[in-house]
Design a protein around this ligand. Structure first.
Ligand SMILES: Nc1ncnc2c1ncn2[C@@H]1O[C@H](COP(=O)(O)OP(=O)(O)OP(=O)(O)O)[C@@H](O)[C@H]1O
Length: 345
């Protein structure tokens, strides 16, 4: 079983009179990759900096491996950090950049040579050991920054939007590599991003933040399929958010095996409305009014005969549905998820 390795308890952070983090608590399991996901300004970087010890005074407790660290200086915490901007030393070779922290710790030269060589091998940059940062691509520079942090064997590695400065293709490849390093070396990583796809693809756990509060923590699957509240349903993925009353107008009387509550909100993901009929499906008559090609999927606007507009998505492997002709689609009420009446406080 993976123990709770990092525990944040009742964290409050005020910056220039602005309460940025409000009574926040969460846990991160050992040897997992946990992502902080949230809109811009939600407080992700602020929490990360507090964990690293880079903030001014914070209220609350931060426990790492059962030790309180909130009053320790940053260099006492044994926490590594990787930034969007790489922050490499431009006048040092790649080898020296990676060796830097070990030299500060005054480790023996042979040990340093071995550790740096092993780390450069892990990140696939052995042939760049004598190059300087400005001779490397953005993705390679970030791999050096990650190697420089990992070589110190930190208890926890914090990564603050490490892929944001890279182009889309490199971003996908480097996120997979980061996940691979994390699993291979058994590092606990806390990774900040505002990119849902990135968070979904690499995380054991996702912590979704908004306005200085945790909205939900869970596996990528749970975050997507069982949003806890209206913010979560709207923030993650594409959605149809409907009240119980609106569902009734569509002829739907149950959701997830429970009777509908008229004032509650429910979410139907667009891919769950389809041409496929299963036992207990409810038929929805209407017509497609527009379609958008997304490459692997097609997104439709479906206007029901009762006057409601629903988002529908289908994989793009068949001829697209025709617009403006009568059409019946189906939804399985068991897959409709209740999300409550309000945003999480
Ligand atoms: N030094 C500061 N003084 C006052 N307010 C600050 C300070 N630094 C950040 N804030 C505010 O704190 C909030 C959280 O900022 P933070 O950078 O942690 O958000 P974030 O989720 O990391 O955003 P982004 O994704 O844009 O980096 C924002 O509203 C920001 O304006």
């Amino acid at each position: 079983m993976q123990a709770d390795f990092l525990q944040i308890q009742h964290l409050d952070i005020t910056l220039s009179g602005n309460e940025v983090i409000k009574d926040m608590s969460f846990k991160v399991r050992r040897n997992t990759l946990t992502t902080f996901l949230g809109p811009s300004g939600s407080g992700k970087t602020t929490v990360l900096r507090a964990i690293a010890g880079l903030n001014q005074h914070v209220n609350g407790k931060i426990l790492l491996d059962n030790q309180e660290i909130q009053d320790q200086a940053a260099n006492q915490r044994n926490i590594g950090m990787v930034f969007q901007s790489y922050a490499l030393f431009p006048n040092m070779t790649i080898f020296d950049n990676v060796a830097y922290g070990l030299r500060v710790q005054k480790q023996a030269p042979t040990e340093i040579r071995e550790a740096v060589a092993a780390m450069l091998k892990t990140v696939g940059l052995t042939d760049k050991r004598d190059a300087y940062p400005d001779q490397l691509s953005g993705g390679q520079k970030q791999r050096v920054a990650i190697a420089r942090a990992m070589v110190l064997k930190p208890k926890l590695l914090l990564l603050d939007e490490p892929l944001s400065a890279l182009d889309a293709k490199i971003r996908v490849s480097l996120r997979e590599q980061i996940r691979e390093y994390q699993q291979k070396l058994g590092i606990t990583m806390l990774f900040v991003t505002h990119d849902q796809g990135e968070a979904m693809a690499i995380s054991d756990d996702i912590i979704v933040m908004n306005e200085g509060c945790v909205q939900q923590q869970g596996s990528p699957m749970a975050i997507y399929a069982q949003p806890d509240n209206v913010f979560m349903a709207e923030f993650i993925g594409n959605h149809n958010l409907l009240t119980g009353q609106q569902l009734q107008r569509l002829g739907i009387t149950t959701a997830g095996n429970h009777p509908l509550a008229v004032a509650e909100h429910y979410v139907i993901r667009p891919e769950l409305i389809s041409q496929i009929q299963v036992p207990h499906s409810v038929a929805l008559a209407g017509k497609i009014t527009s379609l958008t090609m997304l490459g692997d999927r097609v997104r439709y606007q479906f206007l029901t005969d009762s006057g409601m507009v629903l988002k529908v998505e289908e994989l793009n492997f068949m001829r697209p549905l025709s617009t403006n002709v009568p059409l019946t689609l189906f939804v399985n009420p068991l897959l409709i998820h209740q999300v409550g009446t309000t945003y999480a406080e």
